[in-house]
Design a protein around this ligand. Sequence first.
Ligand code: ZN
Length: 329
Amino acid sequence: MERYAKQIILKEVGEEGQRKLLVSKVAIIGCGALGSMMANNLARAGIGKIKVIDRDYVELDNLQRQFLYDEEDAKQSLPKAIACYNKLRKINSEIEIEPVIADVNPSNIESLIKGYDLVLDATDNMETRFLINDACHKNRIPWIYSAVIATEGMTLNILPGKACLRCFIQSMPSSLPTCETEGILNTTVAIVASIATTEAMKILLGKDVREEALYVDAWRNEFLTIKVKKRKNCPTCNGNYEFLNKKTGSQFIALCGRNAYQIMPMKKLSIEDVYEKVKKIAKILAYKDYMLRFSIENYEFIVFPDGRIIIKGVKDEKIAKSLYSRYIG
Ligand SMILES: [Zn+2]
């Protein structure tokens, strides 16, 4: 308890509050800019169990805004969940931290969040946010929506029985600006992640939290609140979980602005299976229990424990498909 002395002095927390935090469980979905800052705040505050879920690996241009990572993580293309785990372990060795390298999808989300007191959205896309919205509504788990783009950010607390994300944003926007085209100011990330983690602590402590959405523009020093009302015909609030009930098949997804494709095969191959297939023809760059990295021709392949494969250096889906079927599928 001594390490939390300055937090226990706060009348908002106190010794009883700290004990509550120490037995609380939070799942963070996405461990990029927002997620790594949230994980950092929560680990230092003594949240008893933190699960960090991420599908990606650290790259040099992440370091501008992804506060936990360093050049060595980028050099090793370390999965973000693992890099995050390594840092949190050093920050607080007394709490439980579970790294999960996975793409959150309709088939795994419920098992990933089951038993957790709170879910934090630190993803970068609306599809996954609507999926979190469905899964948390169904399992009655509070969650916090957070998003950042350019100098602006938004966050909203979503509690069981209250307005949900689809009450606020009705459907998938047809196109959204992305960080690849708009950029991100790192102080916007710090502000939004810090406000969201403050609200997270309040939810875990059973305190009242803000019911409006909060909009921030860090560059202009603007803070606005937006009223959010429960919508009568909201599909999620009526138990129609469109995003959770979606079927997922074999998928080739272009990773935004990265010259890379992610492949989610129907038939899951283990890291060992892929290693056996390619060891004679590929240049093996790293072979760990959390990742296999190799190069063939001028392409780099990264294989994760959940069976996903990322091929770097590919701009075209046809080429991604042919590389996959030639060497792996
Ligand atoms: Zn709703």
